[in-house]
Structures are given as structure tokens and as C-alpha cells.
Design a protein around this ligand. Structure first.
Ligand SMILES: [Zn+2]
Length: 251
């Protein structure tokens, strides 16, 4: 077994009624598959579907995000599966024996829709162990424009010309709380603005290269240069639609 410090940075969990990840499931990732495949650690994600951008919709999304983060953390028993809330905890995990040591469980939130207009949310998510927020999903939200607007939800091509005023404050709150800024799914102007504004390097946890596959949320050369300039990171997704233009759009 390799002792490479392997990490999958974006795995959506099913919700509601997530399958038991301790058993071999029909999902692409579960703990037995991680062990067999040599995947030492994974970020499991509280993904929030885009809904109505009103107080009720935002409150429901916030409640669901916190329930999902609690569920993800509860899958770690501290022995065979160790929850890692910090870079130091993850680094310590990689020091353990690759074949028999614990698997790393990390958590994150996908879609700033769950934040609504609540600047206190990042600190609460950090207290639950979340390591990043993906600023948007498909569809604009209070924080930023999405690379894929949702016309059926009333989206035009651009709503904020990148980040909104609130979105700039949200990035400050994420920096303050120690929650990383994930720019996967974010429209190019918003991505470039976030890279410049964030006090800690931004990352794309699941995106690919626009020059190789012209998907609206893959990163072009200017974006990749911007990421390099701020010490950011791209983790490629293996979902076919981001690698091959003939595949249907995926998450
Ligand atoms: Zn996604």
C-alpha cells in the first residue's frame, strides 16, 4: 500500500437518507472502498440544492447544512476513522501507517446559498469542523454569480458582475473563521475577484482545465495563472463531463 498522502477534496453525500458508509455501498466512495483503493482521507460535502432566495429558503438550507455536517462528523469514531478539522490534524493522520492507520474524514459546505445573508454562519460551520465553503453551485446566490446561471430560477447571465457587496463581506467572514474559499462553480469574474480579495489562498476543489474541455465551470489559463499567483490549488474532478465535451453536464 502506498503511503502517498492521498486526499479527495469533494465527495457529495446523499441527503436525506444517506447510505451507511461503513458498509460497501453502491456509492462511488465508502470507507471499505477508501481502504481498498488507498484513499487516505476525503472531504465529505454538505451540498445544498439551489432554492428560493428568501428568508425561508435560506433558513431551510442553513438547517440542512448543519445537520449534514453533524452527520459527516458522526461517521468518524476517532479510531478507524478520524475526523480532521485542521491541516495539522490531517498532516498527523498521514504520519500513521497507510495500511492500518485511520482514514481521514473532513467536511465542507457546497453552495453559499446555505449562508443566505448570515455572516455568522462560517464560524458556526468551522465549529462543526468544516474546512471550506464552495461559494456557489449552479445558480447565482447572495454571494456571487455562478458559472452556470439558472434561468428557471430567474437568473440572468450576471447579477453581481462577480462578487456582490455581501459576497465580499462573506469572504472576510470565511477568512476570519478559518474556512477556505472554494471557487468551483463560480463565474470567472467572481473567481478572479475572490482570488484577489481572500487573505488565504482560494482553491478549486473540483474543477478542470478549460483549454482541454470547454465546460463553463472549468478554469481557463487566466484563472489558473491567478490561482498560481495567490498560491491556490486546483483538484481535478474525474467526472466525465469536465473532461470530455460530449458528456452531459454534471455536478
Ligand atoms: Zn459541485
Amino acid at each position: 500500500m502506498s503511503d502517498l498522502p492521498t486526499l479527495d477534496t469533494h465527495i457529495d453525500i446523499r441527503w436525506p437518507n444517506p447510505p451507511d458508509p461503513m458498509a460497501e455501498t453502491t456509492m462511488r466512495v465508502d470507507f471499505p472502498k477508501m481502504r481498498k483503493g488507498g484513499l487516505r482521507a476525503a472531504v465529505f460535502v454538505a451540498y445544498l440544492p439551489q432554492g428560493k432566495r428568501d428568508a425561508e429558503g435560506h433558513a431551510a438550507a442553513a438547517e440542512r447544512a448543519e445537520a449534514m455536517l453533524a452527520h459527516i462528523r458522526s461517521r468518524a469514531d476517532g479510531k478507524a476513522r478520524r475526523f480532521c478539522a485542521t491541516a495539522a490534524e490531517l498532516a498527523a493522520l498521514y504520519e500513521t501507517d497507510a495500511a492500518n492507520g485511520p482514514l481521514g474524514v473532513l467536511s465542507a459546505v457546497e453552495n453559499g446559498y446555505a449562508m443566505g445573508r448570515d455572516l455568522s454562519a462560517p464560524a458556526r460551520w468551522k465549529a462543526q469542523g468544516a474546512c471550506y465553503l464552495t461559494l456557489t453551485h449552479n445558480g447565482h446566490n447572495e454571494i456571487a454569480d455562478s458559472a452556470i446561471p439558472r434561468a428557471e430560477l430567474g437568473d440572468g447571465p450576471s447579477e453581481h458582475n462577480g462578487l456582490s457587496t455581501f459576497g465580499r463581506e462573506a469572504i472576510g467572514a470565511l477568512n476570519q473563521a478559518g474556512v477556505m474559499v472554494d471557487i468551483s462553480h463560480v463565474a470567472k469574474p467572481a473567481m478572479l475577484q475572490a482570488a484577489e480579495l481572500s487573505r488565504s489562498p482560494v482553491l478549486a476543489t473540483h474543477a478542470c482545465c478549460r483549454a482541454l474541455c470547454d465546460h463553463p465551470r472549468n478554469l481557463d489559463d487566466e484563472q489558473l495563472d491567478a490561482l498560481r499567483q495567490v498560491g491556490g490549488l486546483v483538484q481535478s474532478t474525474a467526472v466525465m463531463s469536465f473532461l470530455n465535451t460530449t458528456s452531459p453536464t454534471g455536478r
